[in-house]
Design a protein. Sequence first.
Length: 201
Amino acid sequence: MVVYIALFALAVILGVPLAGRKATKAKKIIYLSVMFVLMYLVTVFRYGMGNDYFSYIRLFNEISSTPWSEMHTLVYEPLYTLLTKLISMVTLNPEAMYAVYAVLILVPVAYTIYRYSDNVWISVIVYLCLTFFYASLSFIRQGIAASILLLAFGFIKQRKIIPVLILAFIELALGFVKEIRRRELQKKRKQVKEEQAREHS
């Protein structure tokens, strides 16, 4: 909580000279760079901050220890599973996972604010005050999905339909595949329980 309050205080203090009404493009870039680098450092080097902090470490360890031949048995999002597996092949330090996913979450947010916000100062404060940043510490996969949607928003503003369709397909396909795999696993578990029940009867 102290770290979060400190981030909010810095957002306000730095926002006055760097991102006020007459802010130049250079000052906006400096302000966003400072704030999002600080958020990035908090995301990477935190310990226990976020409701699912230890859950994601458990998932990281589970995916890293799963052989490639058995990766299809995992019920997590395929892209998330694949990227986490690739990270674990480089290092088994969970902080590396948080470092990579922080980039995927924070960079699209910072870019969207810079590109489309009329007041970057207020946008950063809203991102902090409405706990979007804190939520990204707990719901990493959902945070990545939200960042993809932000990128899609940018393409919509530019009327670039093909990139929007590609991003929408990624969002829908990942969720649909995960749901199929989850139901298949539930069906297999049910069949195993029924077989075990028959053997004991």
